[in-house]
Design a protein around this ligand. Structure first.
Ligand code: PBG
Length: 310
């Protein structure tokens, strides 16, 4: 069987920041920008013309604090962007990332129990407070018109907490894409430049998965499904095709794979040095992710793929 890569399989990630008429390049992340809302709108217009219909939004706030409040206050950057984009492009399907790492001064994905710099093992997330914050963030995005919220903080029971909060607030139709099997990976580094979300101390191994363990990944996916996820995800994609293949067809939910920033940048650097033909290698990579069993691919290559198909 041949798996096709079509525009409808692709989700394009965007970074949205404060200000006006801003399109800031990101270091070590070729062709990727942080857009202010107005500039984002212009770029999305091009994306829609290319025939893409799904985007995933990440916020890069003006200021950070210990509890990541800018993520969930009224008028937060992502909610504002969603509101604007939905008004102009009502048929565009908008996913929003629900995580605190770009909003906290320490750069961790949740609210910390006590400030404990130094030892790696001391990064302790206050799960209850984190769930409250994530739920508020998800509600603000849903209220603004997001079709899907995508919790990526890896807090325990985040999908259940968000589902309950959405239902209670009248957002039964807002769907949840769980970042279910999210590995602690070096492939996220360019993203962290874009989102300015590198942890200031410790690392994410306390709440992201160990790449040597595939059983835990499958357990995490079943947990998300049980908690009410409408779509599940494996992330990164390329070094985890085995996990994608194991998860495919097992959960009666669409499966997404996140072809992450480092995977993308390897291709870009190689292409710029003439190591390979960019179009050929991208299509081979994305086909392999589809072949492994992903229904949707979140990828920074999406616009290029859509252009090549034109
Ligand atoms: C954060 C988050 C990360 C990515 C998306 N959401 C990574 C991280 O743990 O820092 C990475 C995406 C990419 O590398 O393209 N919670």
């Amino acid at each position: 069987m041949k798996e096709k890569i079509g525009n409808n399989n692709l989700i394009y990630p965007y970074f949205v920041t404060v200000g006006k008429n801003k399109k800031e390049p990101v270091k070590n992340f070729t062709g990727i920008f942080r857009f202010s809302k107005d500039a984002l709108l212009k770029d999305i217009e091009k994306l829609v013309i290319l025939g893409l219909d799904k985007v995933l939004l990440f916020g890069v706030p003006a200021s950070k604090n210990r509890d990541g409040a800018e993520a969930y206050v009224d008028g937060n950057i992502v909610a504002e962007a969603v509101r604007l984009v939905k008004t102009e492009f009502p048929r565009l399907i908008i996913f929003t990332d629900v995580c605190l790492c770009a909003y906290t001064t320490h750069g961790h994905c949740g609210i910390l129990k006590s400030q404990a710099p130094g030892r790696k093992s001391q990064v302790k997330i206050d799960n209850k407070k984190t769930l409250e914050a994530l739920a508020r963030m998800a509600i603000s995005h849903a209220e603004a018109g997001a079709d899907w919220v995508a919790p990526s903080a890896m807090a325990k029971n985040q999908v259940a907490a968000i589902r309950a909060a959405l239902d209670k607030n009248g957002f039964k139709n807002t769907k949840i894409m769980g970042y279910s099997a999210k590995f602690a990976s070096s492939f996220y580094d360019p993203f962290r430049q874009a989102a300015n979300s590198t942890p200031k101390f410790g690392d994410r191994r306390g709440y992201q998965l160990d790449y040597a363990d595939s059983k835990q990944a499958i357990r995490e996916i079943s947990d998300d499904v049980r908690e009410g996820a409408d779509m599940v995800m494996v992330k990164p994609a390329l070094s985890y095709l085995d996990v994608i293949a194991k998860a495919a067809g097992k959960f009666n939910r669409p499966l997404a794979a996140y072809n992450v920033s480092g995977e993308y940048e390897m291709v870009k650097v190689g292409a710029s040095k003439g190591f390979w033909d960019e179009k050929k290698i991208v299509l081979e990579i994305l086909s392999s992710i589809r072949r492994a069993g992903a229904d949707f691919i979140i990828t920074y290559h999406a616009k290029d793929v859509a252009k090549w198909a034109h």
